[in-house]
Ligand binder design. Structure first.
Ligand code: PGA
Length: 249
């Protein structure tokens, strides 16, 4: 089955509103839209509205939030809610990114509440899963991904707008990445869990973790890999525009 390819940029704690506007002006001058490919940008919350405004006329590109609280409003200093990011122009939300799980201590139960809130708020949930190096070395990769998927997606409406990003924790920002074949094997296991949870075969599973101009083509050559979620290599508009031109072979 051929699923449309998605190139997603995760800017993490970088690129303020002014810089985001300049970035997108440059990026949009280089990007060549094509059928069967869409794009997403996940800027920090303070830049979300600037990004969404710059992308308003570009239907193939979504602006998204990097995280949300599961409550719609209230006394949660420093947090943003689904209604707030939606009002700022978000169409998608990253949930359960490994930095949320491993730097901020987010649990599977909290990730599940966020997925529920995002979908109930009418936005796409881009759920991130992946194993640590110790878990990989212990042979637990597929079990960890299955646990994270089941915790976050059990009971989700099969029609819900869900994208999965498989991001091995040891590959994020380290310059090390899974071989395309290894990644494809895990993607296949993820797809089997998604099927067991009732999610359709059209659900996209992206790969993330030290993706760059040198390895993106080999990753996308794997039919199981439906796109990429990219941090470091998405920060330069020229480099990211070039990566986004990569076609499936
Ligand atoms: P990286 O980050 O591309 O810098 O490894 C990916 C991510 O964390 O989404």
């Amino acid at each position: 089955m051929s699923r449309p390819v998605l190139f997603a940029a995760n800017w993490k704690m970088q690129v303020g509103p002014g810089e985001a506007r300049l970035y997108l002006e440059r990026f949009l001058s280089l990007d060549q839209p094509r059928a069967g490919r869409s794009l997403a940008f996940f800027p920090p919350a303070v830049s979300l509205e600037a990004v969404a405004t710059a992308l308003a006329a570009h239907d193939h590109i979504t602006a998204g939030a990097q995280d949300v609280h599961w409550e719609p409003k209230g006394a949660f200093t420093g947090a943003v809610s689904v209604p707030l990011v939606r009002a700022a122009g978000a169409g998608s939300v990253l949930v359960g990114h490994s930095e949320r799980r491993h730097v901020f201590g987010e649990t599977d139960a909290e990730t599940a509440k966020k997925v529920t809130a995002v979908l109930a708020g009418g936005l796409q949930a881009m759920l991130c899963v992946g194993e640590t190096l110790a878990q990989r070395e212990a042979g637990e990769t597929e079990a960890v991904c299955a646990r994270q998927l089941q915790a976050a997606l059990s009971g989700v409406d099969p029609q819900a707008d869900v994208v999965i990003a498989y991001e091995p924790v040891w590959a994020i920002g380290t310059g090390r990445n899974a071989t395309p074949e290894d990644a494809a094997t895990v993607h296949g296991a993820i797809r089997a869990v998604l099927a067991s949870l009732g999610l359709p075969a059209t659900t996209r599973v992206l790969y993330g973790g030290s993706v760059n101009a040198g390895n993106v083509a080999a990753l996308l050559a794997q039919p199981e890999i439906d796109g990429v979620l990219v941090g470091g290599a998405s920060l330069d508009p020229d480099g990211w525009a070039a990566i986004c031109q990569t076609a499936r072979p």
